[in-house]
Design a protein around this ligand. Sequence first.
Ligand SMILES: O=C(O)/C=C/C(=O)CC(=O)CC(=O)O
Ligand SMILES: [Ca+2]
Ligand SMILES: [Mg+2]
Length: 405
Amino acid sequence: MDLPHDAPFGVHNLPYGVFSTAGDPRRRLGVRYGDHVLDAGAAARATGAPADLAELLAAPSLGPLLAAGRPAWTRVRAALTSWLTDERHRAAVAPCLLPLADTAPHLPFEVADYVDFYASEHHASNVGRIFRPGAEALPPNWKHLPIGYHGRAGTVVVSGTDVVRPCGQRREPGEQAPSYGPSRRLDIEAEVGFVVGTPSAQGDRVALAGADDHVFGLCLLNDWSARDIQAWEYVPLGPMLGKSFATSVSAWVTPLDALRHARTAPPPRDPAPLPYLDDRAEPVPYGLDLALEVRLNGHVVARPPFATMYWTYAQMLAHLTVNGASLRTGDLFGSGTVSGPGRDTRGALIELTWNGEEPLRLPDGSGRGFLEDGDEVAVTATAPGPDGIRLALSEVRARILPARP
Ligand SMILES: O=C(O)/C=C/C(=O)CC(=O)CC(=O)O
Ligand SMILES: [Ca+2]
Ligand SMILES: [Mg+2]
């Protein structure tokens, strides 16, 4: 099957996922190729791939490939490229390409630990002003370390899974006591999620230059946030039930190897961070020029630029492990909401509508401060590829269902 050279999910991209079909409910590893999915295990068998590669690709999850480490990632990617482009393999591989529309996506890997950072200066400043009026927009530690919190790995769901409006305690301004009920301020957070492959030993630290030995790739992530539950519960220990009810990730994980052309210098840091976070002398820049788009009911409401993120994934990983905490295969860390400087580049409704005070107008004439039942949110992104082409990151999309009675 031939795809144009500049296809967004063409041979320069090759994101990984797990799928099944109506006719075959077994979970299988797939590689997205245009509007098709390559059944990777079947392709390995059809092409007579080396036994170790074939075994990694025959797994029902990305886990074994993630754990196999960077040399295996490189070999598998080279093999996939050759199977999809080399005349010798095309006839054998053709039956392994299934229409994407005939496949059902599953969570591509078992999420081990989930951490969410807070790495956009614009986002942190905006929510600081909203949540803490009268105080400094950024807390005093913000420019010295990538702030984050440990989230709930078990509620990470794959794109397309509906999200039920959470219930919880909330206290609105002016109310004396909290009440229990459905969140009235249900929000999105458009983020990039980084997937850890190679584990690290407890006690070890991962230096900036080690990040690419551990990080396999990335997905798009929506950290659903119930702002009313959050605001009441999170002082002083941080997010809990306001964010733990669901976090959505895209079905396809883009390998870091596909994003070589998206590498860019992060913004200048002032003050200079401590040496373990100081990336000024690093040979490769760890910033990534990803252009995100957020759609609400099909209508673009924001275009957040990932290149403006203050902290990079290498700094987040260095910070995560600087106390000797170990990494496990399948660890997922979110960048934090991606917001740029402009109003229409903000990755959360709380910023786009300034806490609901300035509702968005949708083309159907309705307004939105926060999400309504039935709303559908999709986050997509593109990145520079070779020869000026743009690669696509797979979308993360979900619809809001009413709270359970
Ligand atoms: O500043 C606060 O009090 C709250 C911030 C957030 O809710 C953002 C968060 O979860 C981290 C992020 O996505 O940037
Ligand atoms: Ca978040
Ligand atoms: Mg969440």
